[in-house]
Design a protein around this ligand. Structure first.
Ligand code: GLC
Length: 553
């Protein structure tokens, strides 16, 4: 990834998301750390990823796994030191891997010195004003609660301040007051701190909620967008080429403004697409995917969607209708323990009953739909989860490097790890681990390496346009990606059974489809419908070669 030379590097990136604590333990204390992570960069390079997204690693009481920041400019001592982080940056860059870190703008931990100072400062003082206070808990009554399983209100009484403070997440995460110019200046300085060290991008956590206004939902407000434009302008001025990625769990038309006129965020996650991919698979019908992408507005040239199948949170079902939500829960979380807030706390492999073909099919979509894909650590080997653990801990277990009792994650015994490795017979580290899969040419890991290698050879996947192709069978999803001379046809069979379709590819008559994994030429596209058949959960990517360019014989 040539971050320095190509300002649009994030468009071609393959992102890998991990938590430092969960990846590799370098000092044997049972908690993953930067030293351990540096030792695994060769693994990530071989996997083919080009951007490493690190979950929060800052000093924190860890009541929300680090999203409760107590110091924006440090490293949690369990993970190492700032020096260790610098080494990680240098080593990642040496391998062409960009580093993306979290900028938790919306809130801090209640342990943060700003909050400690605010609650003691007199009402109306600039120090008190770092956060959002009220004498009663009826203000901003139109605002939904996000952590529905744990929080009853967005207000919590603070004895010391003698006032209620506002929080969109856990009550120990007071929201910062972005109407206060000092707060905006502080966060900008935090961004400068990390960008100055060489960090390539920032995931802007919980970005829709920065500003509150009476009579609104307190989400996506124009004032919030103004804050982002300020941040972006400074970044462009001082650190050109660095990237901002919005975490806005909203409908596509509400996310669209986070790109602005190319003057807010470079990237934003496409949240509503994700559950619809799972829905399409279960319904064996392409419609949910086609529908949401058709309703996704165009974005500025330099901007990019962030795509993912799973991440460190629950599979959120906020951006679906009530009916769809019921269906998803029925289809994917019959066990009530798998549910959390408005979502499902499961990893990729268990969501699809550990069916290899379905994992591959979903990844083929992730890697060929318009946007930059993110792989959640462990999903490349098909790791499992544990719904019995609290909150989202069940999808944040130690990376499974080997079949050893501590999963090759740590030299410490299993009982001394920050979280016990998964040990069940299907997904446990004895059955699912990197060491074994590297040795096995037909493993999921090897398959992922191969797919990533292929994707990286064609910039059309990261940069091209999208056109759906109509066909005679709803169970087969077909679309064309185009960028310059490159034209790629992607087809995916969402059914468990073999399916035929006849695709309308008239616009490409005369071209020869060449299947990209095996390099096999298929029958030339004629004026009439193009017939295609795919095995259960099969998929294929075809390069549509112009007649002269097609290989003969
Ligand atoms: C984001 C994070 C989530 C965290 C929340 C509050 O949604 O992804 O893990 O709990 O913000 O910071």
């Amino acid at each position: 990834m040539d971050v320095d030379r190509d300002p649009l590097w994030y468009k071609d990136a393959i992102v890998y998301e991990t938590h430092v604590k969960a990846f590799a333990d370098g000092n044997g204390d049972g908690v993953g750390d930067f030293t351990g992570l540096v030792g695994k960069l060769d693994y990530l390079e071989a996997l083919g990823i080009t951007c490493l997204w690190l979950l929060p690693f800052f000093p924190s009481p860890l009541r929300d796994d680090g999203y409760d920041v107590a110091d924006y400019r440090g490293v949690h001592p369990a993970y190492g030191t700032l020096e260790d982080f610098r080494r990680l940056l240098a080593e990642a860059h040496r391998r062409g891997i960009a580093v993306l870190v979290e900028l938790v703008l919306n809130h801090t931990s209640d342990r943060h010195p700003w909050f400690q100072r605010a609650r003691r400062a007199p009402p109306g003082s600039p120090e008190r004003d770092y956060y959002v206070w009220s004498a009663d808990d009826r203000k901003y009554a139109g605002t939904r609660i996000i952590f529905t399983d744990t929080e009853r209100s967005n207000w919590t009484w603070d004895e010391e301040a003698g006032a209620f403070y506002w929080h969109r997440f856990f009550s120990h995460q007071p929201d910062l007051n972005f109407d206060n110019p000092r707060v905006r200046a502080e966060l900008l300085d935090v961004l400068r701190f990390w960008a100055g060290m060489g960090v390539d991008g920032f995931r802007l956590d919980a970005v829709p909620y920065l500003v509150e206004r009476e009579g609104t939902s307190c989400e996506n407000l124009p004032e919030t967008h103004a804050v982002l434009r300020e941040l972006r302008a400074a970044l462009d001025r001082e650190f050109p080429g660095r990237m901002l990625l919005a975490e806005a769990n909203q409908w596509p038309w509400d996310v669209r403004p986070y790109f602005g006129d190319g003057d807010e965020c470079h990237m934003a996650f496409h949240f509503p697409l994700m559950p619809r991919v799972f829905m399409a698979l279960r319904l064996e019908d392409a419609a949910p995917i086609v529908d949401i992408l058709r309703r996704t507005p165009a974005i500025p040239e330099a901007c990019q969607w962030g795509l993912f199948l799973r991440n460190h949170d629950e599979l959120t079902l906020e951006m679906v209708s009530e009916e769809e939500r019921d269906y998803m829960v029925l289809a994917y979380a019959r066990d009530p323990r798998a549910r959390l807030n408005v979502g499902i706390r499961r990893r990729l492999a268990p969501l699809v009953d550990n069916a290899r073909r379905r994992v591959e099919l979903l990844n083929s979509l992730l890697f060929s739909m318009p946007g930059t894909p993110t792989v959640y650590y462990g999903d490349e080997i098909g790791m499992g989860d544990d719904v019995l653990r609290p909150d989202r801990d069940g999808v944040r277990t130690p990376m499974q490097w080997s079949g050893a009792p501590s999963a090759g994650f740590s030299a410490a015994p299993p009982e001394a790890l920050y979280s016990a490795p998964i040990t069940d017979p299907v997904y446990g580290c004895a059955a699912v681990n990197v060491e074994a899969q590297l040795r096995d040419p037909s493993s999921l890991l090897r398959w992922m390496q191969n797919l990533i290698r292929l994707r990286k050879q064609f910039r059309v996947f990261g940069r091209g346009s999208l056109e759906f192709v109509s066909g005679t069978n709803r169970r087969i999803l077909a679309y064309v990606r185009r960028w310059g001379e490159d034209t790629v046809l992607c087809v995916a069979n969402l059914s468990r059974h073999m399916q035929p379709s006849a695709l309308d590819l008239q616009a490409f008559a005369g071209r020869v489809p060449v299947e990209m994994l095996g390099y096999t030429e298929f029958p030339r596209i004629e004026r009439g419908p193009w017939p295609v058949s795919l095995g259960g959960y099969g998929f294929a990517w075809f390069e549509l070669r112009a007649p002269a360019a097609a290989r003969t014989g």
